[in-house]
Structure formats: structure tokens, C-alpha cells
Write a protein that binds this ligand. Sequence first.
Ligand SMILES: [Zn+2]
Ligand SMILES: [Zn+2]
Length: 606
Amino acid sequence: DYEMGKRHGLQMINVMNKDATINEQGGPYGGLDRYEARRQLVADLEATGNLVKTEPHTLSIGLCSRCGTVIEPLLSLQWWVRMEPLAKPAVAAVREGRIKLVPERFDQIYYQWMENPRDWVISRQLWWGHRVPVWYCDTCGQQTVSVETPQQCAHCGSGTIKQDEDVLDTWFSSGLWPFSTLGWPDDTEDFRRFYPTSVLETGYDILFFWVARMIFMGIYLTGKEPFHTVYLHGLVRDEFNRKMSKSLDNTVDPIELGEKYGTDAMRFTFATSSTPGQDFSLQPLRLEAARNFANKLWNATRFVITKLGDLPRDASSLVTAERLATEPYTLADRWIISRYHRVQMDVDRLLGSFNLGEAGRQIQTFFWEELADWYIEIAKVQLEGDEQRQRLTRSVLYTVLEGSLRLLHPYMPFVTETAWQHLTGGALGKALIIAEYPRGDAAALDDQAERDFVQVQDIVSGIRNARNEMGVEAVRWVEAIIVAGEKAATIEQERASISRLARVSPEALEIVESLAEKPEGATGLVAGTVEVYLPLAGMVDVAKERARLTAELERTEADISRREAKLANESFTSRAPAKIVQGERDILATAQTTAEKLRTQLAALG
Ligand SMILES: [Zn+2]
Ligand SMILES: [Zn+2]
């Protein structure tokens, strides 16, 4: 209506009072409530024969967010800020790279708003906020604008002046945040030291409301861009990927989440579920997994502490690239140290490019799947070695765990701080929160150790899988022959660990370069370039297993003949729906594969 009136040059007449009754401009309707006036108007049109028709009409109306009252447009006098002169340098700041938006695609949205800015109405009729700094003179009617509260009118000197009752738009005040928090407009030490700031982090939904305003306010009032990088995170949606809203009643109370899962688990989930600028849905499963991770971290630390003995907790116990080169560390030691530094370097790179979620996920994977699942298990074996082996193993455990806690600290500050305090006993500094963040040392990388250890992992995993497939009881010690070619000496170094982790009896673990012929009655598997043979006699009771497989094969073969007969029956295949017939064929094919497998397994038993 407003735009239409403007197009036709109509006079703007305000017919409503602030209590939504009609004012004197409404003629005979003056004083009536708006709804009453509407009814009266229609009744009058009808009475004078001027009403053509009434019909339902759908339109969108604004409602008060608090009480639901229908909002009426009202002409009023407001304060505005002319945007063009402010927006120009703010556009240039991004275009010329002095401010970087992450992710970059938000540049376009920013330009769309800022290159054709609408003037900004900054006065609000609210109780709270910065008051508009304008005073009206009762004597001469002029305005006095002043930073300090004036005692008299700047024009006629009259003392009867009144401040404007409106307050500034909340985004006007928020736009001052980067420097007003540092004491501006006073020339404070904080302001000189911390302004301009560096990285601003917020949700992409307030890029215009807040970020753009901080940029142009900063440039206008201080002459400098307030920050060099804006990191925009996504919005949190519910587990069904719906926006959280009061009307859907699907909002989540972070205090409750924190109580249920722990604040670290919640923080880790938020930090690692997201990619820059992308919404993500909050999954209870992820929160649970993060809580389990916090527990894992705690338990691993507790375990390591009990194994450290009298190892000094200061820097003299930390494994450096130099010490790696001069002391007899094991393959597992060199592997975990190399991985530890590689992860630090990856994390450093990811954080540098604001891939905060991916960095957190990599730290978690390293901690859980490499440090906890592999190295700590191997350390248990190494700690049964001689005095030197124990000392070196302890130093590796200490180094990698201590640094991993530092790596993870921004993601899980509470549990890592407490764990670190217990672990280091203050010997590496007062608190983790002020400790240096690890960035990795390229000199500690050992590609060969990483490749060799993967081979060891493949052997152990391969044997474990084979045990599972054969249904070997978890406690049973099996036999194994590892044919490792030129890797034999390397694999030999990890003999004790392979034996323990794959539960291969130490006396029955053979590691050889080559084998004249394939052992009989053994199942074979390939792990990288290495072959592993597992004598079945060591894993299962051969006679019993043969009987079990034979019975299963007989059952399967009977099933196959039944289905073959059915499919050979013309009256079935021609009358049954095609879907049913195809289903029968699929089941038959599966049964044939199963029978083939059973025959192979039987043959392997000899
Ligand atoms: Zn209301
Ligand atoms: Zn005056």
C-alpha cells in the first residue's frame, strides 16, 4: 500500500493514534478502535449503496512477537543514517582483501547488500539502549546534538532543553563493539594494544546486521578496519535438520545438554559437526560419542599415569627428533612419534585455513585409533621389557599424551586441563590453557617407520579378522606363520606386540622370509606384501569344525535342490509374479555362493 501510494504521489495521511484508535484525521470514525472503525466503514458503504461486494482475501500481516497483536504501519519521524558514504569504504575493505570472509562465497552476499545500501533508520521506541544524543529546546525549538550532556541550548542558550526519548537501534550499539569495549573514544592502553583486532567469529545470519556495521563503523570512527578475518559458522538445527524455533518447540537448552553429556562433549560436538558457513543438525548420537571420547581421554590418561613410575615430568623426559636418532626406540615408538608430529602439522594447516571441524576430527582419530587403540596397547608389552625399554616407552607415552592433550585443549578445555595437571604435576608449566600450542617438528617425521608400522597393523588386523570369521574364542592363543620377505627383520622387531595384540602364542609365532611350500590345513591371508598362514588346528577343533561345516553344507545343498526344482517348474515361473520369481532366483544364487564358501572351508581343513 505504501509503495502504491508513493507511485501515485498520494498525500501521506496518518489516521491512527498510538493505541490503534482512529485519530481526528479519520473524520466521523475518529476515536473508534481500529476494528470497530473498519466494521463501521463497511456498514456505512453498504448503507449508502456504495459497497460492490465483500470477499475473503489472504494477505500477510505483521504480528507482535511477544503478544501476537496485529501490527499497523504508522508514519512517524525517525532518525536515519545515510549509508552510501559509509558503505563505500566498507565494500572496498573486502574487495581489496583487507578483510577476508570465510567461507569466501559470502563476499557476494556482502556486496549485494553494501553496494546498494538502503538508508538506515536508527531510532527505536524502546526503554533500553543508547539514547539518541539530541536535545530539543523549548524556547527556540532548535536541536542541540552533543556527546556530553549539554546544560543549555546551543542556539539560544536556554536551559529548558529535553533529550530525545528514543534509543539507538541495537545494531548501532553492537556495531561499536570492537572498539567501545576497549575504552574508545578515550585513547586507552587497551585500545592501542588490541585494536584493530584479528578474527571475528559469528553466525552467517548476522553478516549484515552486525558484521557489516562493525566494519563501516570501525572505518568511519577509528579510520581502521576492526578485524582482518570474519569466520562465519553455520546454524545449529535439530536432529531432523529442522530450524530450531519456539513454535516447533524443538529448541535445545545448552545448560541441559551440558548436564547430560558434559560441557566438553557438547563443545567438541559443536566444533566438529560443522564446516564453515554450513548449517548442521545436532545429533544425540554425536553427543554420546563425544562423551565417550571424553571418557576415553580420561581413562587413557589415568592408565598412563599409573605406568609412568618415577619418570621426571619436566621437559627432560620429552622425546625430541634428536633423541629419536640417538636412542634405541622401537618401530612402534618411532611410528607414534612420527604420526604425532604429522597430526600436529596437519592440524596447524587446518586451523590456519579455518577448517576447525576437520582439525578436531583428526585429533580425535589420532588419539583414539592410533594412540589409545595401538600404541598404549603396545606400550603395555614394551613395559615388560628391560629397564631401558621401560624408560624409553614411558618417555614416548608421556610425550605423546601430553602433546595430545595440548592439541585437544581448545576443543575439550576442562577435561584436558584436569588430565594435564594430573599428568604433568606442574612440571611443564602452570596450566594447559597458557601452554604453547603444538605445531609439529618436520625433523621428527619418519616415513619409513609409518609405512612399516602400517604393515604390522595389517598383520594384526588380518589375524583378528580371520579369528572372528572362524569363530575362534577371544581367549584362545592361536598359531601363525608370517612370510614377510625383505620385511622379515622389521616385523621381527614387533614380534612381542603382534603376539599379544593378535593373541598368537609366542612359541607358535613364526616369522620367516619365505616358505618352500604353502602349509597344509591353514587359512591364508595377505597383509600388504606379507602373507600370513594360520594353522586351523591351532584355531579350532578340526573334527568338530568339519562336522559343523558338513552339516551346514548338506542343509544348503538341500535348499538349493528345492529351489532349483521350483524354478524348473513351468507352472510356477509362468504364473507367479515376475518379482517373486526373481526373488527365488536371487535366493538361489546366494545359497550357491554359501555352498561354494563352505566347500572351500572344508577343503582347507584337509
Ligand atoms: Zn505485543
Ligand atoms: Zn534554544
